[in-house]
Design a protein around this ligand. Structure first.
Ligand SMILES: C[S@@+](CC[C@H](N)C(=O)[O-])C[C@H]1O[C@@H](n2cnc3c(N)ncnc32)[C@H](O)[C@@H]1O
Length: 390
C-alpha cells in the first residue's frame, strides 16, 4: 500500500469539474499519469496548479476520486480524523436506532468507502482500488473507535468489477455473528449482515419507514416488503397490512420479524408484485394505503426506458387500487431516475389511472446517507408520499 503514490495531471475540463464541486475525474480527462493503481496521488491541472489529493484507479472509468482539495498528507491520522467526523455526524441517531450507515462514501468525503453499523457488528465495503488496498487500516481504526464484536466485508457487489476487484464476502475481524437483533425506532428486526440483501437491511429507508406511520391507515399493502419494515412500521396505524415479496427467504424473515414485534394484523406472502397488483385489480379490491419500494429497475442508462415502463406500471396499478383519500408511498432507488423523471412517471400514471393526486411529501434516503452538493450521484433514493383525492 503506497501512502503518497505519485502525481496525475488532468485536463481543463476535469479540473473545472473538480472546481465545480464534484469529486470524480474520468479517465478521458487524464493527461499525464505517474502513479500505480490503488495509490493516493497529488492531482494537478495542466498549468501545474495542485487541485488536491485523490484515490487513483488504473481500471475504472472513474480514475480519480478526490479526498481533499488541500495539498496535505493522507496518512493514518488523516483517515482517523476524517472517519471521526463522519461518526460524530451520526451521534444523534444513537438511542433511537441501533443500525445505521456510519460512513456513506462520497457523501461523507470518504469516496468508495461504506461502513454500516448493526449494533456491535460493523459491515464494510471498499469499492475502489485505493480503499480496498487500505482495508486493514480501516479495520484497525474501526476497532479502535468502536471495539466491535465483528467486522464483516460485503464486497460482493458488482461495481467492484469495474475496478478489477474480486467479489467477496467474509469476516475481517471477530467471528461470524450470524443473525443480529436490532431495534430501529422501537421496531425489532433480525438481520443477517453476512448473507442478507444489501449489508443486512435497507438502512436508507429507515426514516421513510417512520414517516409512513404518519400517513398509513385502514387496509394496507406493502409491496416489495423484504424484511417487512414498512409493514411493521405502519401496522399500529392500520386495520391490517399485507406484505409481498418475490423472495421466499425475505418473506420468512418478515414473518419472523412480525412475531418478534407481536404484530398480529400483518400477513406476508411470496408473490411477484406485478402479477399481484393485476390480480387485485381484476378482483376489484381496494386499499387505503400502498407502499411501493421496488429494487432499482434502472441499473444503468441503457436500462432506463424499460425501468420507466416498470415504475409506471406499478404506480398506475397502485393508484387504481387506492380508495379515494388513500395514500401511496412510492419510491425509486435508481440513480438514473432523478426527481424530475420520477415526478413525470407518477404524473403519467395518475393521468392513465384517471386519478387526482396530491403530493403530501417529497422525501429521500435517510440522513445517514447524506447527499453531497455538487455530486448528484450521492442522491439515489427518492420517495413521494401521494394522496389520492379523487
Ligand atoms: C428495495 S428492496 C425492499 C426494501 C424494503 N421495502 C425495506 O424498506 O426494507 C426490494 C425488494 O423487492 C423484492 N423484489 C424484487 N422483484 C420483485 C417482484 N417482481 N415482486 C416482488 N418482490 C420483488 C426483492 O426481493 C427485495 O426484497
Amino acid at each position: 500500500m503506497s501512502e503518497e503514490g505519485g502525481r496525475v495531471v488532468i485536463s481543463a475540463r476535469g479540473a473545472a469539474h473538480i472546481r465545480a464541486g464534484h469529486l470524480w475525474v474520468y479517465r478521458s480527462e487524464l493527461r499525464q499519469v505517474e502513479a500505480v493503481g490503488g495509490s493516493i496521488v497529488r492531482v494537478a491541472d495542466a498549468r501545474g496548479r495542485i487541485l488536491g489529493r485523490a484515490l487513483y484507479s488504473d481500471r475504472s472509468e472513474i480514475a480519480l476520486r478526490l479526498l481533499t482539495a488541500r495539498d496535505e498528507r493522507v496518512d493514518r491520522d488523516w483517515w482517523q480524523q476524517r472517519l471521526r467526523v463522519a461518526f460524530e455526524r451520526r451521534a444523534g441517531l444513537d438511542g433511537a436506532c441501533e443500525a445505521y450507515r456510519l460512513v456513506y462514501a462520497e457523501g461523507d468525503l470518504l469516496p468508495s468507502l461504506i461502513v454500516d453499523r448493526y449494533r456491535d457488528v460493523l459491515v464494510i465495503q471498499t469499492l475502489a482500488q485505493a480503499t480496498d488496498a487500505r482495508k486493514d487500516l480501516f479495520v484497525e481504526l474501526l476497532v479502535e473507535a468502536f471495539a466491535p464484536r465483528a467486522i464483516i466485508e460485503r464486497n460482493d457487489v458488482r461495481v467492484r468489477e469495474l475496478e478489477g476487484l474480486e467479489m467477496r464476502a467474509g469476516m475481517l475481524y471477530g467471528a461470524d455473528p450470524g443473525e443480529v437483533e436490532i431495534i430501529q425506532h422501537g421496531t425489532r428486526y433480525r438481520v443477517l449482515p453476512l448473507g442478507g440483501q444489501k449489508t443486512g437491511a435497507f438502512l436508507d429507508q429507515r426514516e421513510n419507514h417512520l414517516a409512513a406511520r404518519r400517513y398509513a391507515r385502514g387496509r394496507a399493502l406493502d409491496c416489495f416488503t423484504f424484511n417487512g419494515a414498512f409493514a411493521l412500521n405502519i401496522a399500529p396505524a392500520c386495520d391490517n397490512v399485507l406484505g409481498l415479496d418475490i423472495s421466499e427467504e425475505a418473506v420468512l424473515g418478515a414473518r419472523r420479524n412480525a412475531e418478534l414485534n407481536g404484530a398480529r394484523n400483518v400477513e406476508f406472502r411470496v408473490a411477484n408484485v406485478f402479477d399481484a397488483l393485476r390480480e387485485f385489480e381484476t378482483r376489484g379490491e381496494r386499499f387505503d394505503t400502498i407502499v411501493l419500494d421496488p429494487p432499482a429497475f434502472a441499473k444503468n442508462r441503457a436500462s432506463l426506458a424499460s425501468a420507466v415502463r416498470g415504475y409506471k406500471e406499478i404506480n398506475l396499478r397502485a393508484l387504481k387500487l387506492l380508495a379515494t383519500g388513500g395514500t401511496l408511498i412510492t419510491c425509486t432507488c435508481s440513480y438514473h431516475v432523478d426527481e424530475s423523471l420520477f415526478g413525470e412517471i407518477v404524473a403519467d400514471a395518475a393521468a392513465d389511472a384517471r386519478r387526482r393526486v396530491q403530493i403530501a411529501e417529497r422525501r429521500m434516503q435517510s440522513s445517514d446517507h447524506p447527499v453531497l452538493v455538487g455530486v448528484p450521484e450521492t442522491l439515489y433514493l427518492k420517495c413521494l408520499v401521494l394522496r389520492v383525492i379523487d
